[in-house]
Design a protein. Sequence first.
Length: 394
Amino acid sequence: MSPFYCGENYLRFEILLEIYNQLNDISQKAVVCLREIYEFTKKIPKPTLFLLTFLLTLIGLPLFYITSTILSIFYLPATDLICKVTPYSDSAFSFCEFSIPNFTGLVKAQVEAQERLLEQAAELDSEGSLAHDIKKAELATKDLMQVVKHSKLQYKSILTEKLKEFTEASFETNSVLQTLQVRAQTSLDNTLTYIAFTFQAMEELNGKVVNPRKKRDLTKLHDSLMELADGDLRKLIVATDHALKALKKLDDKQSSIHEITSLEESLQKIGLKELLSELWTRLGGNSVERNIFEDNLKLLKTLESQRGIAVERISSIMQNLEKFQKQLSILRDETVTRLLVNIPVEVQLTNIKKALMRLQNNEVVVGVRKPNKTENKTENKTENNSENNTENNT
């Protein structure tokens, strides 16, 4: 007899025949046993049979419940089978209840915060942004400071000092805004990592029963991600608060310069009027002095126009940052609130995947910023001021 091939080993025909005979004997005995049970039940009166069935059911159901609960604790693979086979398993067994942390709500709050953050990052990063304008104002003020220092203005020493303070405040503000920008980018990178990790963890549960141990792991994961997101939002709020304080300090410096230039301008106008009255008696005698007064007035007008542009730009970005700070605080409160909901894993997976793609797409176009109405007004004012200065010079 030729041996039969089985994997890497060969089984002899005699062994296979022996296995077949044993299985055949077992099946025949099982059939005989079932037939005897059937014949026995036919002899039992129906009321007695009904009572026995009822008693067996009463004993069997609690026994099945206890056995299933013990198996779910010590042998996790049995959990899936028990929950799938048992009717109304989610009501019968606590470990079959489908209630997991609301990862969808957490991811949604993170994406909303990051989308607003991306808008602010575009304001801070693009050409023509606040940081760019402040840097230009800082350099222009340094040049202007030298002109004022060698001018004939009566308050030139005080004005020079205030201009110096403004340049220092501009440098500090620029540094704070750059810190905010770096913090925003770091928060974005962290959020993308958190969401990707959440998606991976949820994908592992797709199509599986969430047993008590897995539910505890998911709750721990949710709490950890919530703490990380909350930490990022806290740091962003602190960075935004520092930026607001720096901008307000810069605005105070602008106000000081405005007060001094207004006082100096009034003195220059008084001096010019007195000088013009003298010109009627001594024609041309004070032409040099008159030119000095006129140059001083032009310088003060230039200072005032630059201050107006800077104030409008600073107040606009301050409003945006204050609004953003409030939004971050609200989102932080929403993020730290954990909700347990009956949202299936498949639905949460779809929502998380969409949120991740949405955030990645927004990150690509972060550098593009549309000009707002404030910028257009500022540009128009700048053009009008330059045109007026040109007409006055001619």
